[in-house]
Design a protein around this ligand. Structure first.
Ligand SMILES: Nc1ncnc2c1ncn2[C@@H]1O[C@H](COP(=O)(O)OP(=O)(O)OP(=O)(O)O)[C@@H](O)[C@H]1O
Length: 272
């Protein structure tokens, strides 16, 4: 699965330890995954299990202790604007307005404002922040800030977008609105997305493919397709069944924790 030629971003036997004791300090081990054009993959794991570390490795923010990360088939050597990243807590520049924050990626590349003004304006409209374009981050709600952060990453047309618990600081209502917003953007742009979350419902709802990373060391312990229409409705029986199954997988750190779960019963739904 890792060496898919058309993969935009992939990793092969990826591992990370933060100390000298390999056994005790290994956070991630032997992770293989690949992201292709149009993919939306969600990574589900316990808090502290290594999800952010995985995303930082995939984004070139951290160097692997073992294995490798490839971007368009070449070894990833560090951060690149072609890999967009949205963090858990909005990381906007407080002294910049909404439009300045969104245009920042062009500015650091040395582009003149007149060359990117329209692209920024279009993006502001897409994320429905037209009335707030001159406002500063402290004048925005949490949901608006996260929309600015997503817009800022997308406006430079990254080849892939990595999202680290982007909605976890928001209340349920806002979280649901932004989930729908992110899905709409993904459908419109086909930008491959890799989103990590500890929220089971979010992981099923958003992705086309769901990967569970187990605890210490973090390894892939389960993988399911969530592309079928049933998984877009949070009250569908198949959705609820998968949700319960994944909750036991997380709790017991084992793919076979839920003895009542029989994937073949839902196989037809998963093959879409
Ligand atoms: N730079 C670092 N140095 C040492 N240990 C680190 C470093 N970064 C992360 N860790 C450790 O790696 C483990 C995984 O951290 P990580 O932030 O990846 O988990 P997470 O699954 O994203 O957690 P959460 O859901 O709570 O954000 C933790 O035990 C953390 O203490």
């Amino acid at each position: 699965m890792s060496q898919v030629p058309s993969a935009v971003l992939s990793c092969h036997n990826l591992g990370k330890s933060f100390g000298r004791d390999r056994r005790r300090d290994t956070v991630l081990a032997d992770i293989n995954l690949s992201l292709q054009q149009g993919d939306f993959v969600t990574i589900l794991g316990q808090s502290g299990g290594g999800k952010s570390t995985l995303l930082k490795l995939m984004g070139g923010f951290l160097a692997p202790s073992s294995g490798s990360v490839s971007f368009h088939g070449q070894p990833l050597k560090g951060i690149t604007p072609k890999i967009g990243m949205v963090f858990q807590e909005h990381s906007l520049y407080p002294w910049m307005t909404v439009e300045q924050n969104i245009g920042f990626g062009f500015k650091v590349r040395g582009e003149l404002p007149q060359s990117y003004r329209n692209r920024v304006q279009n993006m502001i409209e897409q994320v429905e922040l037209d009335d707030a374009r001159k406002r500063y981050p402290h004048q925005l709600s949490g949901g608006m800030k996260q929309r600015v952060a997503i817009a800022r990453s997308l406006v430079v047309k990254p080849d892939v977008l990595l999202l680290d618990e982007p909605f976890s600081a928001l209340d349920v209502q806002l979280r649901r609105q932004l989930q729908a917003f992110l899905l709409a953007i993904w459908r419109e742009t086909s930008t491959p997305m890799l989103l990590v979350t500890h929220n089971v419902e979010e992981a099923i709802l958003l992705g086309q493919r769901l990967i569970v990373v187990g605890d210490r060391p973090g390894q892939i312990i389960a993988e399911v397709s969530t592309a079928a229409a049933e998984f877009r409705g949070r009250y569908h029986p198949k959705f609820l069944k998968l949700q319960r199954h994944l909750e036991s997988v997380l709790e017991y750190n084992s793919a076979t924790a839920d003895l009542e779960y029989h994937p073949e019963e839902t196989a037809s739904a998963w093959q879409n």
